[in-house]
Design a protein. Structure first.
Length: 316
């Protein structure tokens, strides 16, 4: 090998080495810039699917790798999952703090601000879970009856409903296992208003989707004329049901909010600024309209979520 060939080969080897170093550096930088994966979940209901898909789409739009576990399970199931680190984020309701922390004063949960502040403090302290700002809507438990029954019997409030039940009126209510058994749901209505529904007056469904319970009442499935409902249900009027007003103010305030494992929010603090502006726009009427598109029109929750985010310039 002459001198010229030696130097040419040396230069080529040096160039290859530089390329290799650059490739390693680039790969390391890409690994550093990677965000996630973040596991997003939701409960098995219309609004849970809507809000869960919004979170998925917002994070993906910001470059996060997202594992989509929307419609994951009931409150008990999804609660255990986030505490155990199986999921990272999901939409929960402030009023459920009274269920999670049952030794607290019940009146705390009937005021929107104190409910949020209390559950945020307790969940961070005991479970390392961070509550982001909730949406300005109250998705409280409710009892709805067929409009024809409400009109014929003059039913407007739960006091009216209790009088009807206690007077021997024909009632069959469709509700989830959670609604029927949880102390802060149907039992709280029964205790406060002084009525009691027997097993033969209940159609208990395994899921928590009010679209199913409302449909059962609208179609009189198995004689159902009354349904578990939520305050933000958009299908009620369309399917001819009327919510009985909680005139004694029994129910807590249930504002939807993203909750996140503390480690995740510490690793990616930008999640807060990504999600909170969207949830701030989700008032009662907005959620009723979006939920109706899913429950009444039969549109996929992911499609409804994407269209809302695009139309309001939250994603492209």
């Amino acid at each position: 090998m002459n001198t010229k060939q030696f130097f040419m080969r040396a230069a080529a080897l040096a160039l290859l080495g530089s390329v290799a170093v650059l490739a390693v550096a680039t790969g390391a930088q890409e690994q550093t810039d990677a965000k996630g994966p973040i596991t997003v979940a939701s409960k098995i209901d219309t609004e849970g699917a809507l809000l869960g898909n919004m979170i998925v789409l917002l994070l993906e739009d910001e470059g996060f790798e997202v594992v989509n576990n929307t419609e994951f399970g009931t409150t008990d199931v999804i609660r255990r999952a986030i505490i155990n680190g199986e999921i990272d984020i999901y939409p929960e309701y402030t009023g459920n703090g009274g269920f999670f922390f049952s030794d607290t004063e019940g009146s705390l949960w009937q005021d929107a601000q104190s409910a949020y502040e209390t559950v945020a403090e307790l969940d961070l302290e005991e479970n390392n879970i961070v509550w982001l700002e909730p949406a300005p809507a109250n998705n409280t438990w409710a009892i709805a009856v067929r409009a024809d029954l409400a009109e014929s019997e003059g039913l407007e409030t739960l006091e009216d409903f209790a009088d009807y039940v206690n007077g021997g009126g024909e009632v069959k209510l469709a509700g989830s296992e959670e609604f029927v058994s949880r102390d802060d749901a149907l039992p709280s209505f029964e205790d406060a208003y002084g009525f009691d529904l027997g097993e033969d007056q209940l159609l208990v469904l395994s899921g928590g989707n009010t679209a199913t319970t409302i449909q059962a009442a609208a179609r009189r499935t198995d004689g159902v004329n009354t349904a578990m409902a939520y305050g933000t249900d958009g299908a009620l009027a369309a399917l001819g049901l009327v919510v009985m007003r909680d005139s004694l103010g029994v129910q807590p305030v249930y504002q939807p909010a993203p909750i996140v494992r503390q480690q995740v929010i510490e690793d990616y603090p930008e999640i807060e600024s990504i999600l909170e502006p969207v949830f701030a726009t989700l008032d009662l009427e907005t959620l009723q309209g979006l939920n109706a598109q899913i429950a009444v029109d039969g549109r996929p929750a992911a499609t409804v979520a994407r269209e809302y985010l695009v139309e309001n310039d939250f994603i492209e």
